[in-house]
Design a protein around this ligand. Structure first.
Ligand code: UGA
Ligand code: MN
Length: 242
């Protein structure tokens, strides 16, 4: 079975380093198709060049966030993930889909595990929220509840990186809302799944195989300081008199 790895991404100084690291992980994975969904009106040339150099089969699409969401606490990566879902529905009949953000860290073992997804599989995600982990709670091999520091009236309080879906179960109603904090839950609800449908992976959800890592924001260099220093360097006239 193919794995379709959906990565929303947007331009910023950390983008190419994040995608380089993720791309180098994906290069170790057999039968994987990388869908990079750009949060821009045009596909970025830098991203495209990086994708080509991985040698991986890929799809590069773009769909920018609507203008109203250009604030601070906005739902991230929704418009572009939606575009990826539309592409999947129109072009792919079978396989497993997974939402892998551009800044997460993934153990190669996760790919072997999610490839087996029959309907919807779930597993723990490390470095999430106040508890440091978000994970399904298992009893007798079944998911019975969730361990997550922000339940937030969600039926499935899980992170975007905590589940995979068999594409045959990607119903025409499957969509992601523009609702910060509720994207995962509402996407899973739109699939019409029940607790009983969930297949626990990662040794009955006892192992962490993916982490919600975050890169410290790059601080723009202070050009003023540089200009001051440059202005103190010897000038042409200083040399001409030697
Ligand atoms: C967490 C979850 O891991 C995300 O999957 C979820 O979309 C997000 O919260 C949310 O609920 O808003 P977090 O680490 O807080 O993610 O956010 P980012 O890593 O900044 O963004 C998540 C993904 O969306 C990344 O792949 C990022 O490249 C992408 N993104 C972010 C965009 O496409 N556009 C943006 O303007 C910002
Ligand atoms: Mn992130």
């Amino acid at each position: 079975k193919m794995i379709y790895y959906i990565t929303p991404t947007y331009p910023r100084p950390e983008q190419i380093p994040e995608l380089t690291r993720l791309g180098h992980t994906l290069m170790h994975v057999p039968r994987i198709h990388w869908i990079i969904a750009d949060d821009q009106s045009l596909c970025s040339t830098n991203v495209l060049n990086l994708l080509r150099r991985t040698g991986l089969p890929f799809t590069h699409i773009s769909s920018p966030k609507p203008y109203v969401y250009k604030g601070t606490n906005f739902p991230r990566g929704v418009s572009n993930r939606r575009a990826a879902l539309v592409w999947l529905r129109e072009n792919v009949r079978e396989g497993v889909m997974y939402f892998g953000d551009d800044d997460n860290t993934v153990d190669l073992q996760l790919f072997d595990e999610i490839r087996r997804t029959k309907k919807v599989s779930m597993f723990p995600v490390g470095l999430i929220g106040d508890y440091g982990i978000s994970a399904p709670i298992i009893k007798d091999g079944k998911v019975v509840a969730f361990f997550d520091s922000w339940p937030g009236s969600r039926t499935f309080p899980v992170d975007m990186a905590g589940f995979a879906v068999n594409i045959e179960f990607l119903t025409p109603t499957a969509t992601m809302p523009y609702s910060a904090g509720h994207e995962e839950d509402k996407f899973l609800m739109s699939l019409g799944i029940k607790l009983d449908d969930i297949e626990p992976l990662a040794d009955n959800c006892s192992k962490v195989l993916v982490w919600h890592t975050k890169t410290v924001k790059f601080k723009k260099p202070n050009l003023k300081i540089d200009i001051e220093r440059i202005s103190k360097l010897p000038k042409y006239e200083d040399f001409a008199n030697l």
